[in-house]
Design a protein around this ligand. Sequence first.
Ligand SMILES: [Zn+2]
Length: 168
Amino acid sequence: MSILPVIKYPHPLLKTKCKPVSKINAKISKLIDDMIETIYSFPGCVGISAPKVGKPLRIIIFDVSKHKKAPPSNHNLTVMVNPVMIEKKGKTITREGCLSLPDFTGNVTRAESIKVKGKDKHSKRIEFYLVGLESVAFQHELDHLDGILFIDRISSLKTDIFTRKRYL
Ligand SMILES: [Zn+2]
């Protein structure tokens, strides 16, 4: 496994609609393993998507279990290939950050609880409910697959975006 370089805004891949994965072959499995190693190389990072490491494919990985705001019902490390959100409920506002926009954080409104489906890294169909921070992490990474960044979702550049010196 290897840690992959993370692309930064305004790289054009961050504005690209990513393609579905047709088959989880050896190359895709290696990409997933490398994305897992990459996410854990950034302490505090709760999610990553394939376009962030330069691959325009519909793969996301999240793990909120180590975060102080993790919901007790979280699913630990989760790999989702071709993820889809099939239900959403409620609203929550979270201060979000992004490895591809290391200089900013922003207040983003998203659904509080969602039902999602997709495939795991063994091509098995998966479907479950996500709440709180885990729901937010999923929605942030799903947006990346459609070329949407958290800064595209904040309502006011004046009051909802903040600069920071370094990532975490
Ligand atoms: Zn991001």
